[in-house]
Design a protein around this ligand. Sequence first.
Ligand code: FA5
Length: 341
Amino acid sequence: MKQAVEQLKEQFLNDLQDVYSSDGLQQVRDTYFSRKSGRITLLMRQLGKLSPEERKEAGRLVNELRDFAESLFAERQQALRLQDEARRAESERLDVTLPGRRIKPGSEHPIVRVKQRIEDIFVSMGYSVEDGPEIDTTFYNFDALNIPVGHPARESQDTFYIDSELALRSQTSNIQIHAMQKRRPPIRIIAPGKVFRRDNPDPTHNPMFFQVEGLNVAEGIHMGHLKGTLQIFLEKLFSQSVRLRFRPSYFPFVEPGAETDFSCIFCKAESDCRVCKGVGWIELGGSGMVHPNVLSACGIDPKKYSGFAFGFGIDRMTAMLYGVDDIRNFFSGDLRFLEQF
Ligand code: FA5
């Protein structure tokens, strides 16, 4: 028995010496201490087969071996645990002297910024901000706007059709109709939003761009109200006085209709002006008095009520305000461009 104890002790020491992981520890535990087949357990079981005299001495030896092995095992277990902890602490160590990673704050897109500025100005004049569908039926896109079947504006060369009934709106004027169906006069709304046209991209055209629609319907509204409203709007936007002029123009949903220009705020008609090219006027967009047919289509009595409407492009206005010479830049996704705002 003495020899068997010595041999087992030696093997145990060898095995424990080779242990560097918790898996290895588990293996040693199973090999030597498992209740069913542990080698030290089996040795203890053999004690029962010995005579009482032999058992006394052998029992002492085996018990000593077990106590010795258990305490060595516990030491090794503790050493490995400390080693693991030290390794983990090292791998998670933070070097507080390293320079930080700069967080780049985003900023509002310039078109969003100008859109919000336009909204603020009109809200301060008693208008509310209206939203409407970007995909709309031919009724809202054309019929109710007095754009008859056969009118070029309905052509598929100009409009993105989804099917024969639905199209991406090509102007925000569809929101006039939704607003007049929902509300009764007095109605005072502006409606900024995306519009879509089959235009070839160039420095002043995009197939997707932003417009803002304005509508004011009440008793006794006339062109003077339109002119005064747009003038106050522009003066608030540019923080300086401007003049306004109307050039007769045709839009099926207004009568009379006009292209609306304002005096150049950059040059006062100097010949080399980058913005107005020396003309002295900058185009704002279309406007006019809401056509009686449009009021009627929305159930508003044109004999009692009248209204003005306008619509202009936010992209070109933003380009002018920030000195950008190509509106395609706004949607290029190029951060070097966008970070300037
Ligand atoms: C209209 O869209 C009318 N709905 C405006 C209107 C509303 C008139 C209410 C009367 C009453 P127009 O097609 O001219 O009008 O477009 C208005 C503005 O949109 C233009 O002045 C221009 O600034 C802008 N615009 C037009 N096409 C493009 C384009 N492809 N890319 C960028 N901006 C554009």
